[in-house]
Design a protein around this ligand. Structure first.
Ligand code: EPZ
Length: 429
């Protein structure tokens, strides 16, 4: 399998265009199941996860065509009819968001059989709230042998859905199902992440009537059918935040474009508190750090607009060389510190107690062989490698390929010494 080697020490200077958001693109792709007309998604990232979902959608009857369109990378998804309502274990297991095909399948064709996604390395990640939402909309749900059987032969019905905790995936899933339900659905305690607003915009362009995404109450007035549309995927705030942290770590000056500064405001404030300069621009941010060592600052992850859990690993990497002691509290997932022992292999001083990590900044990291454990953890190791003395080699980077488009090229264009070592096809133990 491929690995990535980083030779530390180079500053980053240059421009990085931010790609479309993975975590939005994969939900928008699922929306193609809701109409028999083509959905054209532009600003599409080309990632293992989007390819992967494309494979599942193809199996369900969607033709998925990737190309370079007049406005850049696009994917056209077209489901004249749903040819199968079955999403098997081997396809759902590999990517949890595949589970979100369940709602659209039931909404459009009245039935579906979709594998439960199971846990993953960052936590148990149940889907009880997804199922509660679909049941509230009138779907009959049965669980057998690891599969969810959902039926609504006479269609879904608008309902009140009140989530006990904030869930991005369950809110999106409820929206994707309710757009074709009969009557009005009100989702309370909805997640407010920008990807929800993006989903609302895409669904409304398809003829849906969704209001309130981005606030805790989303109201959906069901319509009988949806049509095709063209929609541009929102910029990837996690990719943007990752490169902002990389610039603060390595020093230099990096301009992030094709994005929106407000998408990472909670991170920008922390970067400034640590001593980096962040200039908000019309289409992104400029992050600068010249010379002086950063100060340790504390963070606590929270739903948007709080500090994103998907940027926690990267920020921990940043704090490994800051001056002082930083406390990092993870409140969204119960097991999201797997990057800590890997960062320690590079010489970081970190101790983890339950949901809190204490990072004592060291003057210098040392290159080493490390292993990626999940998507965001893997990029935190690359960030640490940017300043570690000598060479850092990150293995299992298939995690990285799930969510970062052309990472070596983007960092390399700013002067980082990053190269991919092609694997021999043998799995890593
Ligand atoms: C989305 O996951 C993102 N994934 C995650 O990014 C992100 O970390 C997370 O939102 C939080 O922002 C995608 O969009 C594909 P949740 P999601 O439902 O929707 C609990 C990445 O690296 N919960 O908001 O699965 C859950 O266990 C990924 O790109 C239930 O208890 O997250 C967690 O503790 C990782 N029951 C909390 O809610 C449920 O039915 C929030 O999870 C659903 C969730």
């Amino acid at each position: 399998m491929d690995r990535i080697a980083i030779t530390g020490g180079a500053q980053l200077n240059g421009v990085i265009p931010v790609s479309g958001a993975k975590n939005s693109a994969i939900k928008l792709m699922a929306a193609s199941l809701l109409t028999d007309e083509p959905l054209r998604l532009t600003n599409m990232p080309r990632l293992a996860d989007t390819r992967f979902l494309g494979k599942l959608l193809t199996r369900l009857g969607v033709s998925v065509t990737e190309s370079d369109g007049p406005d850049g990378q696009q994917t056209i998804l077209h489901a004249p009819e749903i040819t199968s309502g079955f999403a098997p274990y081997d396809l759902v297991r590999q990517m949890r968001a595949s589970f979100n095909v369940l709602g659209p399948l039931v909404a459009r064709s009245g039935q579906a059989k979709v594998s439960l996604p199971g846990g993953c390395t960052i936590g148990a990640r149940p889907v009880d709230l997804h199922l509660q939402a679909l049941e509230a909309l009138g779907a009959k749900i049965d669980l057998h042998e690891g599969y969810v059987y959902a039926q609504a032969p006479r269609g879904l019905k608008g309902a009140e859905i009140s989530f006990p905790i904030v869930s991005v995936g369950a809110t999106e899933h409820a929206m994707l199902a309710a757009v074709l339900a009969d009557g009005v659905t009100v989702i309370r305690n909805a997640a407010c992440e920008p990807e929800l607003v993006d989903l609302q915009e895409c669904l409304n362009a398809m003829g849906a009537k969704v209001e309130g995404a981005g606030t805790p109450t989303v109201t959906i007035t069901g319509v009988a059918r949806l049509k095709g549309a063209t929609h541009s995927v929102i910029p990837d705030r996690i990719e943007m935040g990752t490169y902002a942290v990389a610039a603060a770590m390595a020093g230099g000056e990096v301009r992030l474009t094709n994005a929106r500064p407000e998408l990472i405001e909670s991170l920008s404030v922390k970067l400034e508190e640590a001593g980096a300069t962040v200039v908000r621009t019309e289409d992104g941010v400029i992050v600068k750090r010249n010379g002086s060592r950063l100060n340790a600052v504390d963070i606590e992850t929270a739903p948007f607009p709080g500090f994103a859990t998907d940027l926690q690993a990267q920020f921990m990497a940043l704090m490994t060389t800051a001056n002082g002691e930083s406390h990092i509290r993870e409140t969204i997932f119960e097991n999201r510190f797997m990057h800590a022992p890997e960062l320690m292999r590079l010489g970081a001083d970190i101790s983890v107690h339950g949901g809190e990590a204490r990072v004592r900044g060291v003057a210098q990291l040392e290159g080493a062989e490390v292993m990626a454990t999940d998507l965001r953890a893997s990029v935190s190791l690359v960030i640490a490698g940017l300043v570690a003395r000598g060479e850092t080699v990150v293995s299992r980077i298939y995690h990285l390929d799930r969510g970062f488009e052309r990472l070596e090229e983007k960092l390399g264009a700013c002067g980082a010494q990053v190269r991919r070592i092609k694997g021999d096809g043998e799995p890593e133990l």
